[in-house]
Every structure is written in C-alpha cells, then in structure tokens.
Write a protein that binds this ligand. Sequence first.
Ligand SMILES: O=C[C@H](O)COP(=O)(O)O
Length: 237
Amino acid sequence: MPRKIAAGNWKMNGLSDAMPEAIAIGAASEGLDCATVICPPATLLARMGDAGVTLGGQYCHPAGSGAHTGDVSAPMLADAGATWCITGHSERRADHRETDADVRAQTEAAWDAGLTAILCIGETLEEREAGATLDRLMAQLDGSVPEGANAENTVIAYEPVWAIGTGKTATPDQVAEVHNALRERLGPDMALLYGGSVKAANAAELFALANVNGALVGGASLKADDFVPIMRALSES
Ligand SMILES: O=C[C@H](O)COP(=O)(O)O
C-alpha cells in the first residue's frame, strides 16, 4: 500500500513570522493517518526544526558542496533538519532551465543525503491540448527518475503546469487518467501525489481517486487554516 502524504511547498514565501503557521500545522498533524511534510524556503528550515512538522527542501544541487554561489546542497538541507526534498518542480524546470538529467542528478544527491525525493512531473497546456500528456509524462519519468527509485526513497508528484497557482484544478477524470497510468508504470507501492490548485474545497474529491495518495500543495499550504483541512481530508480518505 502506498503511504499517504500531505506536502506543502511554501515556494519563495515565508519570513520568521510564519513560524506560528508551521507550529499549528505540526500540532494538527499529530494523530492523522497521513504524513505531513512542509517544504519552507531554505532560510526557515533550521528554525522550523522545533515546529513539530516533518521538513523538506524545495531543491538541491547535485553536488554535496563546492563553488556554486547561491545554491543549496542536499547534505546542507539534511543538516538543517530536512528529511525530504522536492526535485524537478516545474518552476525550477522553467526558471532555471533544469533538464530531466539535472532532476535525475538532484534526486540521486537527495538520496545520498538520506532525503526522500518528491519528484515532480507535469505537462504544459500546449502539450495537453496536443494530446501529448501521457507521452510527455512518461518521457519525464524516463529522463528524471534514477535507477533504484523505490517507494521508500521517492514519491512522484503529478503537477500539470497549467493548474499550478491558477485556480484551475485538473478534473477528477484528468487526474485519474494520469495517476492510473503512473500506477501501472511505477508499480503498486510508490506514493503518487497530485499538485495544482489543491484546496480544502476540492481535496476530498481528489483523494477519493484510487491512485491519488496525497497532494503537493502550494498556496493553500501557507496558512494552517487552509492546509489543515486538506491534511484531514487525506487522513479520512
Ligand atoms: O508545489 C506545489 C504546486 O506547484 C502547486 O501550487 P498551488 O497549490 O499553489 O497551485
């Protein structure tokens, strides 16, 4: 059985005054039948160690250390308290021109530091409208999932690029089609998360789908009042 995971990606949001949100999320996560992971900006990781919530990075460099100004390595994330790390988010793929090969190397670096990877894939609107969604996703899996990926070290997040931060959630049928194909490809145990405008109002419907094992949530993970109902909906699914 895949594990259930409610993951929050705070992206480039959060100053020290966000701590009460993390603490409230951590407190609400106790006793739920799902894991809760918050991926804050790297600047907040160490300070959020006492918040009572599992922590992840949003990216890691393939190298463990070195002359890479402005970057953060997987051992640094682990040292700051992270046990998870997002790799291959579409915003990184677009903003920093990260390729599938880059994502693969980052994922291996995350594993080497003992981090579980939340490896993201997703199609653009053009690819969906061209009927190329599944081909695109399978090509991303081919290129970015390293040999040795398993249900313990890797979670796959399906995030249609057109649904991220737009309020346009994929329909349950669209999500089911993709997740069923991912399940067939990746086997019975790997957790499959959906991401893209997940909120309390649509979470239960998404979590009712057979092969949706949780969510990678952006905007609605920043406030406990928004994220906790999503965590509860997953726990109850
Ligand atoms: O990593 C999270 C996703 O990009 C989803 O973001 P969103 O929930 O703000 O659409």
